[in-house]
Design a protein around this ligand. Structure first.
Ligand code: ATP
Ligand code: MG
Ligand code: MG
Length: 553
């Protein structure tokens, strides 16, 4: 990513530092604590914290907590944990918009005094009518010409709890004929009799996003306020507020394209529905594209950061294929995950010429491309399990695995040849294979130079650890579940997004594998120990991602 040209935001920052407009960039990541962070937020986190780090500035973590009806402390805590987990550090710069409530109130009073705000008593419905449409200008509210004294008194009354919810709002006095609907006297304060997770019952009026955000940025001396494209239409309001009020600074809002990822939905509101309606096990269900879901699935912070670097930052909305994210974790785990042997769909093999109660050890490399990762010993014995799909009767020539009369290499162990098949007499199901081994091929090579084309994985039946493996597929079966406004996105849930295999076996070195630890099951993919449900008595693995290639050539 270091060879890539600078994106348009980094170009702006570079120029602002060169021209002396700013000495360092100060950015912020401003989540609303009304849900868990998702991969789209990760893009914004990597952008804001990334710029701060690259240009020697700083990035604030600021909770945009001005709508207490939807916000909770639990969300604050999960967001803090997720941002840290992604590898970013805000130092002393943790802020809450709610800490500015008193200052924001004073700013609102200042607006009233400048005759730039008024208390309006239209009902919500009337206000909609007065607002006009994209093609028709709005009409002035009959309350628009209230005097400063009247407005000050009413606004104080709102704060003092004298009025019912919805009866009064404070509105900016801008232009009801503006072609930009956001400029038609937007609401900046409303009455809400809801306690706040930080300020309790101190307030019964709460400021709106557009009023809060620009002022919070200005109070924190943010230099570049980065947000997604849908806020471009809000920029005139952002600047209007900061131009009129005397604030310590006037940050520059810059919009970038949000992340859209195929085969998923990204809004917290929709993710919340999946959780509340039980379509998934929680915000951290490994199929969810939340940061906590990805973590539980086995994604590493480095892979998510690499993904964000790879997709870059642009000015036009686009779609990113889920495969790009999957490749990012594959690349990272390919480098760092120890290799192990695990059988998902076991078929018993009896090695008829191997001594009955002998158990010997063979050595397995933890990472064939990286000897520094060392090796471990694997027990080998007369009864082993192989993958059911590694045997086929009357197999075609190109099937380089087992069939009667064919020879394969057992990874790290011996060559075996299939002699016969034992079947259930009534169902015809294959119960076990009888094979012979060549004792001269210990370690996987024949002294006579004889070659076998296939190498398969296995575990020793007695010593292997039985476990559960959860295979995940994409949560939705169409690339854009939101495409049709008339069809609920949940209609497109993939009914086969989770399948649990309960009779899997892994090599005994995994018996005490730590929750969260990731492995490559050779020829199968990458798997991690589930952090929530796995216990030492019953190991549970999540498949993080499948392998692109297998080493069996
Ligand atoms: P959602 O619509 O999913 O609830 P939001 O934008 O309402 O998301 P916030 O908590 O307000 O969520 O967002 C915090 C920051 O993350 C904002 O600056 C927002 O622009 C950014 N963000 C949210 N979704 C995306 C996305 N898909 N791609 C990039 N940035 C995003
Ligand atoms: Mg939001
Ligand atoms: Mg949103």
């Amino acid at each position: 990513s270091s060879e890539k040209p600078l994106d348009f935001i980094r170009q702006i920052v570079t120029e602002d530092l060169k021209s002396g407009k700013h000495s360092v960039p100060i950015t912020r990541f401003p989540p609303e604590p009304n849900g868990f962070l998702h991969i789209g937020h990760a893009k914004s986190i990597c952008l804001n914290f990334g710029i701060a780090a690259e240009f020697g500035g700083r990035c604030h973590l600021r909770f945009d907590d001005t709508n207490p009806s939807k916000e909770e402390l639990a969300y604050v805590e999960s967001i803090i944990h997720d941002v840290q987990w992604l590898g970013f550090d805000w130092g002393d710069n943790l802020f809450y918009a709610s800490d500015y409530f008193e200052q924001l109130y004073d700013f609102a009073v200042a607006l009233i005094k400048k005759e730039k705000a008024y208390v309006c008593c239209l009902s919500a419905e009337e206000m909609r009518d007065y607002r006009g449409t994209l093609t028709e200008p709005g009409k002035n509210s009959p309350y628009r010409n209230r005097t400063v004294a009247e407005n000050l008194e009413l606004f104080q009354g709102m704060r003092d709890g004298k009025f019912a919810e919805g009866s009064h709002v404070l509105r900016a006095k801008i232009d009801m004929a503006s072609p930009n609907l956001n400029m038609r006297d937007p609401i900046i304060y409303r009455i809400m009799n809801v306690s706040h997770h930080r300020t309790g019952d101190t307030w019964c009026i709460y400021p709106m996003y557009d009023f809060t955000h620009c002022l919070s940025d200005a109070l924190e001396h943010i230099t570049h306020s980065l947000c997604t494209l849908e806020f471009a239409d809000h920029r005139p309001l952002y600047d209007w507020v900061l131009d009129i009020l005397e604030t310590p600074s006037h940050p520059q809002q810059i919009e970038f394209a949000r992340l859209n990822l195929s085969y998923t939905v990204m809004s917290k509101r929709k993710l919340m529905q999946l959780v509340k309606e039980g379509h998934v096990s929680g915000w951290d269900d490994p199929r969810m594209l939340t940061v906590s879901g990805l973590r539980r699935r086995g994604y590493t912070p480095a892979s998510i950061r690499e993904f964000c670097a790879e997709i870059g930052v642009g000015k036009r909305d686009s779609w990113i294929d889920m495969g790009v994210l999957e490749n990012a974790i594959r690349n990272d785990l390919n480098t760092i995950a120890p290799r192990v042997l695990g059988v998902l769909d076991p078929l018993k093999v009896i090695i008829t010429n191997y001594p009955e109660d002998q158990v010997e050890e063979v050595e397995g490399q933890n990472h064939p491309q990286n000897p520094e990762m060392g090796s471990r010993m694997l027990p080998f014995s007369r009864e082993i399990y192989i993958e059911r799909t590694d045997f086929m009767e009357n197999a075609p020539k190109k099937f380089f695995r087992l069939d009667i009369g064919r020879e394969v290499r057992l990874r790290y162990a011996y060559f075996i040849t299939c002699e016969s098949v034992v079947k259930d007499e009534t169902t015809g199901e294959i119960l076990e294979l009888h094979c012979s081994y060549d004792p001269e091929t210990y370690g996987g090579n024949a002294p006579d130079g004889r070659k076998v084309k296939g190498t398969i994985h296995w575990v020793s039946a007695n010593e292997a650890v039985q476990c559960e493996v959860r295979l995940y597929d994409r949560l939705f079966s169409v690339d854009n579940p939101d495409a049709d406004r008339n069809v609920d996105f949940k209609e497109h849930l993939n009914p086969e997004s989770l399948s649990s295999l309960h009779n899997c076996f892994v090599e005994p070195s995994l018996a005490n594998a730590a929750p969260g630890k990731c492995f490559q099951f050779e020829r199968q993919g990458y798997f991690c120990v589930d952090v929530k449900d796995s216990t030492p008595e019953k190991l549970i693995f999540n498949r993080t991602v499948s392998l692109r290639d297998s080493w069996a050539k």
